[in-house]
Design a protein around this ligand. Structure first.
Ligand SMILES: Nc1ncnc2c1ncn2[C@@H]1O[C@H](COP(=O)(O)OP(=O)(O)OP(=O)(O)O)[C@@H](O)[C@H]1O
Length: 308
């Protein structure tokens, strides 16, 4: 369990994390999302004591990270996969980490097996690909068999097989009752891996909810409505509180009203509708809606689909 209360971090005049409260619970995978610069890495670094909060506090399994006597057994963290001595072999790196917690070689070989590193375990880390480095970082995080895992962009650099493996690993660890907190920029991946998401925007929490609620709540239901009487239907739907925009000569994209209500309103005003399709929005679209005012670096042309 990770608990943060009024947690903040300022770097000079810049507020990276702005007094946030959240709880990451055991038994589920919690995703951590946000645009570049939103404060995700800073938050994760504060959780594991690599950055000191400017205000508030954060605990892991009931205590600040630094107060745990054997932190590797409490928290496994993958924060910067490149933070490894390049001249050491993967196995030696893990053995050195293991020695700090009196963890034996048997467990080292176990995590090497678990992360698929057997064939390169005795190779110097210097020649590792990004994906192999990620696997080594995950092996290190798992070494102490911790109750809580904090993984910053764990699928970064992994091939499709590696991505599926991380997904299964994260879900398996959560199913064992562990706390799994992971960040990713890949929304489709997060939608398949996480049960719950915390979304940051400019250092503040913009959503903290089950994935299905984020998708439903942020975007609402979108309904595609096809009719030849668009001009007649728009004011009717708008009067009922919906947002309706024309995306083709006979197609309206409607949000804010469910399909059966749209059918009733169209029928009552004599509009013939020949398609009425509820469209589930993706987590990606919901995320873009939630964070559209919070991005630090915006591309010149935001995707029009989301603004529909
Ligand atoms: N050591 C530092 N000194 C000054 N500013 C910093 C430092 N670390 C982070 N920041 C700033 O704090 C803000 C949050 O950064 P952070 O790296 O936590 O964001 P993030 O959500 O992890 O972003 P990304 O998705 O790009 O990794 C950014 O504006 C960043 O420039």
């Amino acid at each position: 369990m990770i608990e943060a209360h009024s947690l903040s971090k300022r770097y000079g005049a810049k507020t990276a994390v702005d007094g946030i409260d959240f709880t990451v619970r055991p038994g589920v995978v919690t995703g951590f999302l946000g645009p570049n610069g939103a404060g995700k890495s800073t938050t994760m670094r504060m959780i594991v004591g690599l950055d000191r909060p400017s205000g508030g506090w954060v605990t892991v399994n009931g205590k600040p990270y630094a107060r745990h006597r054997a932190p590797m057994h409490q928290v496994g963290a993958l924060l910067d996969a490149k933070a490894v001595h390049p001249g050491r072999s993967a196995r030696d790196h893990l053995l050195a980490l293991a020695a700090t917690h009196r963890i034996g070689g048997k467990r080292v070989d176990e995590v090497i097996g678990l992360t698929g590193l057997e064939s390169v375990a005795r190779t110097r880390v210097k020649g590792f690909s990004l994906g192999m480095g990620q696997r080594l970082g995950l092996a290190a995080a798992l070494l102490g068999d911790p109750a809580t895992l904090i993984l910053d962009e764990p699928i970064n650099g992994l091939d499709p097989e590696g991505v599926v493996w991380v997904r299964r690993l994260a879900r398996g660890l959560a199913a064992e009752g562990r706390t799994v907190f992971l960040s990713s920029h890949l929304m489709s991946e997060m939608a398949q891996t996480a049960d719950h998401v915390i979304i940051l925007g400019r250092g503040r929490i913009v959503a903290d909810a089950a994935i299905r609620d984020v998708i439903g709540g942020a975007a609402g239901e979108t309904v595609h409505v096809r009719t030849r009487q668009i001009e007649q239907l728009i004011p009717v739907l708008e009067a009922a509180g919906a947002t309706a925009s024309r995306s083709a000569p006979d197609l309206l994209i409607v949000t804010g009203l469910a399909a059966p209500r749209i059918a009733e309103l169209a029928g009552a005003s004599g509009v013939v509708v020949y398609e009425l399709t509820p469209v589930a929005r993706s987590l990606e679209e919901a995320y873009l809606v939630l964070t559209r005012d919070d991005v630090e670096y915006r591309s010149a042309q935001p995707p029009t689909e989301v603004d529909a």
